[in-house]
Design a binder for this molecule. Structure first.
Ligand code: AHR
Length: 503
C-alpha cells in the first residue's frame, strides 16, 4: 500500500474556475451530428429532429460551451450552405473526412439546440479555403440585431433575436499539413489578424482564439505560437492547444501519466505567450483554450484517405475503458491546476466521435466510462481552485520520466465550508492511503468518496451493458482532528467531497 499526503488551505487560492473549462466539441464528422445529436425519425426525436435521449445525457454531462462546427471540417466549410430551407441546401464533399455533408444541420439549428442543452457555441470560422469576408459575414448573421441583408436573413430564417455568439475560433489547426488551406505561421498570423479586425468591427464584444499547435510534438511547436502571437497579440484573447493521448505498446504506466505531458504542454504555451507579451511590451495576458483534448486511439484510425464518401460514416468511435476514464479524469485535474491561464477546455468530441456519449441509429444512447469523471468534475469542480501541494511516491515512466503516483487538485465551492478533491491513483496494483491536512479548514467534518475503478481496468460500457462502469461510493473517509484520510483503489479516479456539519 502506498501513502501520500496533501494540504488543503483556502488561503492558497489559484484562480476561479471558468465554467467554460468544461466545454465539449461538436464537429460535422462521422456520426457526431447525424445520428448523434440529430436523427429525425428516431423514436426519441423532438420536433426539430434532435434526439431527446442524447440531449438529456448532454445536460447530465454538463457542458456549458460547445465548439462548432470543426475541427478539420471547418477548413472547407461554407456556412451559408447550412441556412435556409432544408430542401434547398446543397450536398457537398467534405474533403477533411472524405464524407458527404448534407447540410441538414447548420448554424441556426445548432445554436438553438445548444441553448436547449444549457450550452453556448464557440464558433469556428473557415480560414482554410475562406477568409475575412466569410468570417465577418458569419458574425453579422449571428450577432447583428437587424436592418442588414445578413441579419434580416437570420430573422427570416426564424431567429428574430441575435445569437450574441461571444467566443470565436480563428480557424482550426492551421499549423497542420493535413489541414485544408494549411499555412505557415506568418501567413496564418497575418490572415488571423485581418480576420480578427473585421470580426471585431462587426461586433466589438466578441472574444477570439488564435490557432496554436495541434500537438506538442509538432516540429513548429513554440515558434508557431510566437510568430502567430507577434502578428495578432492585441487582436486575440486566447491561443489554442490540442492534445490527445492513447496507450502505446502496452505502456500503461506512461499512459496513466498523460496529465504530466498536458501540464508541460500548457506551461510551455503559457511561457511562449508571456515571452511575446514581454517582447511587445503588452499589458494584457493571452489565456489558453485547450479546445480539443481527450483519449484518442489514433493508431487504430486507418486514415481519411481510406474513407469512401459516405454520409455520417462510423469514424473513430473509440470505446473507452476504466483506464481511459481515469486518464480523462486526470487530464481534467491538469486543466484545473492551470485554471489561472486555461479558461476554455473542449472535450473532443461530444457524441460517437471519440466521445463520452454513444448512440446507435434508431437505437439507444449510453454513457461511456469516460462520461463519469467528466460529469462529476463539471458538476462539483466549480468555484476556486486551490494550490494543492501533494507529497507522493513516484514511479518511472518511459514517456515522461519520473512522475508522482498521486495526482490531485482541490476546489473550494461557493460554500466556504465545502471543498472537493479530485484525485488519481496511478498505481496499477496498490491502494493509496491519502492523508489530508485540514488545519486551515477546521469546520470540515464529513467526507463522501466516489470513485471510478474496477477489478478489470479494461471494462467498458456497451449498448448491451450501458452501466457496466459507473462511479461507486466508498465508505472509507475518516475526518477527525483537522485531518482526513481516504483510501484510493489501484488505478482509480476519485472525487472526495468534504463538508462541515456533524461528524
Ligand atoms: O477531433 C478530431 C480531429 O482532431 C479534429 O477534426 C481536428 O481538429 C483534430 O486533428
Amino acid at each position: 500500500m502506498n501513502h501520500a499526503s496533501l494540504t488543503i488551505d483556502p488561503a492558497l487560492a489559484l484562480s476561479e474556475v471558468d465554467p467554460r473549462l468544461y466545454g465539449s466539441f461538436v464537429e460535422h464528422m462521422g456520426r457526431c451530428v447525424y445520428t448523434g445529436i440529430y436523427e429525425p425519425g428516431h423514436p426519441q426525436a423532438d420536433e426539430r429532429g434532435f434526439r431527446r435521449d442524447v440531449s438529456a445525457l448532454v445536460r447530465e454531462l454538463g457542458v456549458p460551451l460547445l465548439r462548432y462546427p470543426g475541427g478539420n471540417f471547418v477548413s472547407g466549410y461554407t456556412w451559408e450552405d447550412g441556412i435556409g430551407p432544408r430542401a434547398e441546401r446543397p450536398r457537398r464533399l467534405d474533403l477533411a473526412w472524405r464524407s458527404i455533408e448534407t447540410n441538414q444541420v447548420g448554424v441556426d439549428e445548432f445554436i438553438g439546440w445548444a441553448a436547449s442543452v444549457g450550452s453556448v457555441p464557440m464558433m469556428a470560422v473557415n480560414l482554410g479555403t475562406r477568409g475575412v469576408d466569410a468570417a465577418r459575414h458569419l458574425v453579422e448573421y449571428c450577432n447583428h440585431p437587424s436592418g442588414t441583408y445578413l441579419s434580416d436573413l437570420r430573422r427570416a430564417n426564424g431567429s428574430a433575436d441575435p445569437y450574441g455568439v461571444k467566443l470565436w475560433c480563428l480557424g482550426n489547426e492551421m499549423d497542420g499539413p493535413w489541414q485544408i488551406g494549411h499555412k505557415t505561421a506568418y501567413e496564418y498570423g497575418r490572415l488571423a489578424a485581418e480576420t480578427a479586425k473585421a470580426m471585431r468591427r462587426v461586433d466589438p464584444a466578441i472574444e477570439l482564439s488564435a490557432c496554436g499547435s495541434s500537438h506538442a510534438r509538432m516540429p513548429t511547436f513554440g515558434s508557431w505560437e510566437a510568430t502567430v502571437l507577434a502578428e495578432t497579440y492585441d487582436l486575440v484573447d486566447y491561443v489554442s492547444l490540442h492534445s490527445y493521448y492513447e496507450e502505446r505498446a502496452g505502456d500503461r504506466g506512461s499512459f496513466l501519466a498523460s496529465a504530466v505531458d498536458l501540464d508541460r504542454f500548457i506551461e510551455a504555451v503559457v511561457a511562449t505567450c508571456d515571452h511575446v507579451r514581454a517582447v511587445g511590451r503588452h499589458r494584457k495576458r493571452i489565456n489558453l483554450a485547450v479546445d480539443e483534448w481527450n483519449v484518442w486511439y489514433q493508431s487504430r484510425f486507418a486514415g481519411e484517405e481510406n474513407l469512401d464518401w459516405d454520409e455520417a460514416p462510423r469514424l473513430i468511435e473509440d470505446t473507452y475503458s476504466v483506464t481511459d476514464a481515469v486518464v480523462v479524469g486526470d487530464l481534467l485535474i491538469s486543466l484545473l491546476r492551470h485554471a489561472d491561464r486555461v479558461k476554455i477546455g473542449c472535450l473532443a468530441q461530444l457524441v460517437n466521435v471519440i466521445a463520452p456519449i454513444r448512440t446507435e441509429p434508431g437505437g439507444p444512447a449510453w454513457r461511456q466510462a469516460s462520461f463519469h469523471p467528466f460529469a462529476l468534475t463539471s458538476r462539483h469542480g466549480r468555484g476556486s481552485v486551490l494550490r494543492t501541494q501533494v507529497d507522493s511516491p513516484v514511479y518511472e515512466t518511459a514517456a515522461h520520466g519520473e512522475v508522482p503516483v498521486l495526482d490531485a487538485v482541490a476546489v473550494a465551492g461557493a460554500d466556504p465550508s465545502a471543498v472537493t478533491l479530485f484525485a488519481v491513483n496511478r498505481d496499477q496494483h496498490q491502494e493509496m492511503v491519502v492523508d489530508l491536512d485540514l488545519r486551515a479548514l477546521p469546520a470540515l467534518a464529513t467526507g463522501e468518496h466516489v470513485a471510478v475503478f474496477d477489478d478489470d481496468p479494461d471494462a467498458v460500457n456497451t449498448a448491451a451493458q450501458p452501466d457496466r462502469v459507473t462511479p461507486r461510493r466508498r465508505d472509507d473517509v475518516k475526518v477527525a482532528d483537522r485531518r482526513a484520510t481516504v483510501v484510493l483503489p489501484p488505478l482509480s479516479w476519485s472525487m472526495l467531497r468534504l463538508r462541515g456539519g456533524a461528524a
